[in-house]
Design a protein. Sequence first.
Length: 161
Amino acid sequence: MRLKLNLEKYFLLIFFTSIFSLLSAIYIEFVLDQKPCKLCLYQRIPYIIAIFICFLGFASKNKYKWLFILSLTFALSAIISGYHVGIENNIFSEYSGCSNRSIDLINKDEILKSLNNNLPSCKDVNFKILGLSLATINLFISALISIYSIKLFINEKNKSN
């Protein structure tokens, strides 16, 4: 049995998937008290953008354009999360923004303040679901949405020609 989605239902599905993903991240951060690293925070941005793209795609007459933009958004999300997974697995070295090493060691008030506001390192996995880091789960979800969006875009374009 093959699942058949029209574009409006697909935009709704990705809209609610994006909202669920963001709410899950916020729940893990604030309720479960797991601080996200900088890359974890960056990985939320494509989901925020996707909410607006899905809204515009759902309401627009030119759905193909929004579907294409949605596929690019999640391809970018897959790249960011893939880079994060690479850092977690020591494939890539941490970029300088991941570590909080720009502390003024002369001023003790600054040191104390930075200890309270320090984000975890991007290479540290503090939270897992089914043995997978959240970056790994995001990589799978983003790649799947991007690939399916491109496939749907090509199929819908071929139907209209």
